[in-house]
Design a protein around this ligand. Structure first.
Ligand SMILES: [Zn+2]
Length: 481
């Protein structure tokens, strides 16, 4: 009888554990274990109610020093914000990301450290009981150590090279079309000559993005797909309709001399909005209205865009590139870096558009603009992205008549409008299209969505492919794959 070496009978244990963005949209952390090797997919912070989020963020659900490597899908805080906590707790491996992500995440993490320290200082000043005092999750030194671990991996389209994580695992980055630098990861695990492929979408963008390339499909057969589900229960109108509405809104605001306040993520949404507005002005569909980008972070990140034209879409080339026009420079477009200038905007007369962070109105200069302008029926608050539960943005979106800003109640007289179509996330059709384009897919894991969204997407995916195994993981749930 032929004796096979023992190792041919040993199968590498391969499992996936979901530690964040399970039945919600924050704190993305998914752990792939292949044998002894632990590969973490994203390491984001939880956002939402302060005490709950603080508790979850402070205590990592795994031993940081046991993680061998991290793949970072993109720079948003809910995917990257816990990296310094990981490093602070003993992680010594590499953090793989694209070149744009490396540049952007520096600003995101430094800003996060600073905000946490300010927040802790403010909070502790008002708390008499020493035991209740809080400490920032990390400081700038922790961020510095984290940034040293960032290892750039080019998109596969650039060099057609797979990146090796260890002897059994290699991976490659595809365009995700969500924000600059965002990547879909295809992971290939080989064992005894057999391979298994997995895809992690991170946050999935839309084909309609003006600046970024569309999400790319994997060419391999895919055994396991982890896909985000933010808009799993929603179908966006075509973006062209949203832009038409925006155009009408601006033209109306000009007549009324209104201020349009736009809470927008400093990263991604702000640059897409500048693109749309600049294009509308170029086509003479709106007048040359004053546009203020009131966010130091947005300014830093817009500068990163300037060095990454290779990651831009052909649409950008047609509208701006070939005409040698800089998207981010226009006659009435002002970037306000310093807070004094920001305060001056308050004393100016409309019409104007003020784009400021944060996108869900949870902090930053947008709060001052809302406080000063929300009480006038002549003004407009324009929400352009997803508003998570328990955020001020969600309360505005839900039509609350009064909202609390800096601990004080303000009546909401301004008109509140939502243009989800400007979102950087794929809608239900986009998500199903992505699932449908993963060849021979066996297992589907739905993450990064609220319950209704996840359930609806699961139902639709099942209708599309009855043989698919679909899971909506709960926190810390483990799957053998
Ligand atoms: Zn994101």
């Amino acid at each position: 009888m032929l004796e096979l070496p023992l190792k041919n009978f040993l199968f590498i244990i391969m499992n996936l554990t979901f530690y964040g963005a399970t039945e919600n949209v924050t704190g993305s952390k998914h752990l792939l274990q292949v044998g002894d090797f632990k590969l973490l997919l994203d390491c984001g912070v939880f956002q939402g109610r302060r005490s709950e989020a603080n508790e979850k963020n402070r205590n990592l659900p795994f031993v940081a020093s046991e993680i061998d490597a991290v793949i970072l899908s993109h720079a948003h805080l809910d995917h990257s914000g816990a990296l310094p906590i990981l490093v602070k707790n003993g992680f010594v491996g590499k953090i793989y990301c694209t070149s744009a992500t490396k540049e952007i995440v520096k600003y995101i993490l430094q800003d996060s450290a600073e905000l946490q320290q300010q927040d802790a200082k403010y909070f502790n000043k008002h708390v008499l009981n020493d035991l209740k005092k809080i400490e920032a999750l990390y400081d700038k030194e922790d961020v510095k150590k984290t940034l040293e671990k960032l290892t750039v991996v080019p998109y596969y389209r650039e060099k057609s090279i797979w990146q090796t994580a260890n002897e059994n695992i290699r991976f490659k980055f595809l365009d995700a079309g969500h924000i600059l630098g965002s990547a879909i990861t295809v992971i290939e695990v080989t064992e005894n000559g057999k391979t298994k492929n997995m895809v992690y979408t991170g946050d999935l963008g839309r084909n309609e993005s003006h600046i970024l390339k569309s999400p790319e499909f994997p060419t391999e057969n895919i055994d396991n797909l982890i896909i985000e589900s933010t808009y799993g229960n929603k179908i966006h109108r075509p973006i062209i309709e949203a832009e038409k509405e925006l155009q009408e809104l601006i033209n109306f605001a000009v007549v009324k001399k209104s201020k349009i306040i736009v809470p927008a993520f400093a990263l991604g949404r702000t640059q897409e909005l500048i693109y749309i507005l600049h294009n509308l002005i170029n086509k003479k569909l709106i007048p040359n209205i004053k546009i203020f980008i009131d966010s130091p972070m947005a300014i830093n990140i817009t500068e990163v865009f300037d060095g990454h034209e290779k990651d831009f879409d052909f649409e950008w080339w047609q509208d701006f590139g070939k005409k040698n026009i800089d998207v981010f420079t226009a006659q009435n477009l002002y970037f306000t870096k310093f807070s004094q200038k920001s305060q001056e905007i308050n004393n100016m007369e409309g019409p104007m558009i003020i784009i400021s962070a944060s996108g869900m109105c949870e902090g930053g200069r947008i709060l001052h603009h809302l406080k000063n302008n929300i009480g006038s029926g002549n003004n407009v608050v324009l929400l352009t992205g997803y508003q998570a539960e328990n955020t001020l943005g969600r309360r505005l979106r839900d039509g609350n008549k009064f909202v609390k800003i800096f601990g004080q109640n303000y009546p909401v007289q301004a008109k509140v409008l939502s243009l989800d179509e400007l979102s950087a996330h794929a809608d239900q059709t986009g998500l199903l299209n992505y699932i449908g384009n993963c060849k021979n897919l066996k297992n589907l894991f739905l993450v990064h969505g609220e319950k209704n969204s996840l359930n609806e997407l699961a139902k639709k995916a099942k209708e599309m492919n009855n043989s698919l195994s679909i899971d909506i993981p709960v926190s810390s749930q483990e799957f053998d794959i």
